[in-house]
Design a protein around this ligand. Structure first.
Ligand code: G3H
Ligand code: 13P
Ligand code: ZN
Length: 313
């Protein structure tokens, strides 16, 4: 088993009506938690690295953690496809550095740029990546909330006709679309709603089998929000995307579903609880071990109940 580009993962996911989870990684415990869940569920998986995560841990550290996970999995006789992906790459240069550093997939996020500029930078990344066998995700439309370098008070949903023009002009391999999801723990003030008719229209106009991506797709489970709040946190009014909506999208043309916030919540809720219950403990291993287990269990649940990718390795 080795790192792969997501082409085969997405082909099968599209055909069989499920999605592959793309989980954000920052450190060893998160990588281990996600890989443990994917191995247990015999599921393909995408480990994704934001530019913030790359700055925090360092690209070499992150890659070595991923490589270690692959070696350990091989030693344990596990054989699942794993992709390492740059999440929200802000520039051509960062995409190039990740490609040169062994990433099998990159996202160039020009969603904040005027249409023609988004096309130009995406095309530049596509040309560089494709010569090296690397997959390119791009984004059209804006998600509400804060992306690392993209701030948008309101959603600007993806225009279906523009999506077709964008894909044909850039040659990007997958496209992140804005249909009502958003980053972070506060996604809806009122009722949760996604624009499924728009998703259908985009799918209909794009070439058959073209894989779409949903960002901002944490479900913000009440279990973790309540646990954070019970043990001294202040995460009130948090609301995510209901699992059944994500499942519906996965059964359509969405082949990749991004999750970061739920990992943060699971990890932090576990650590908060531990510190409250065992205030005299200060060995990081004592609280990071259950935190890692909480990430594993949450991701395994998501693979089974939301992505539908269990047993698809
Ligand atoms: O889409 C954004 C991801 O949740 C990454 O977040 O930039 O804080 O690492 P970050
Ligand atoms: P969440 O904040 O909903 O987890 O979204 C993560 C994401 O889209 C990473 O690119
Ligand atoms: Zn995102």
């Amino acid at each position: 088993m080795a790192l792969v580009a997501p082409k085969e993962m997405f082909l099968r996911a599209y055909r069989e009506g499920y999605a592959v989870g793309a989980f954000n990684v920052n450190n060893m415990e998160i990588v281990q938690g996600i890989m443990g869940a994917a191995a247990q569920e015999k599921s393909p998986v995408i480990l994704q690295v934001s530019s913030g995560a790359r700055a925090y841990a360092g690209q070499v550290y992150i890659m070595k953690l991923v490589e270690a996970a692959i070696i350990e999995a091989n030693n344990a006789g596990v054989d699942i496809p794993v992709c390492v992906h740059l999440d929200h790459g802000p520039t051509f240069e960062m995409c190039r550095d990740c490609i040169d550093g062994g990433f099998t997939s990159v996202m160039i996020d020009g969603s904040h740029l005027p249409f023609e500029e988004n096309i130009a930078v995406t095309k530049k990344v596509v040309d560089y990546a494709h010569e090296r066998g690397v997959w390119v995700e791009a984004e059209l439309g804006k998600l509400a909330g804060i992306e690392e370098h993209v701030q948008s008070a309101d959603h600007v949903y993806t225009d279906p006709k523009e999506a077709v023009e964008f894909v044909s002009q850039t040659g990007c391999d997958s496209l992140a679309v804005a249909i009502g999801t958003s980053h972070g723990a506060y996604k809806f003030k009122g009722e949760a709603k996604l624009d499924f008719p728009r998703l259908e229209e985009i799918t209909k106009l794009l070439p058959a089998g073209y894989p779409l991506v949903l960002h901002g797709s944490s479900s913000v489970p009440t279990e973790f929000v309540d646990m954070c709040n019970t043990y001294g946190g202040q995460v009130s009014g948090a609301k995510g995307i209901p699992e059944e909506m994500l499942r519906k999208a996965a059964g359509m043309s969405v082949c990749k579903i991004n999750v970061d916030t739920d990992i943060r919540l699971a990890l932090t809720a576990s650590i908060r609880k531990f510190f409250t219950e065992k205030p005299s403990e200060f060995d990081p291993r004592s609280y990071l071990k259950p935190a890692r287990e909480a990430v594993k269990n949450m991701v395994a649940h998501k693979i089974r109940e939301v992505m539908g990718s269990s047993g698809k390795a």
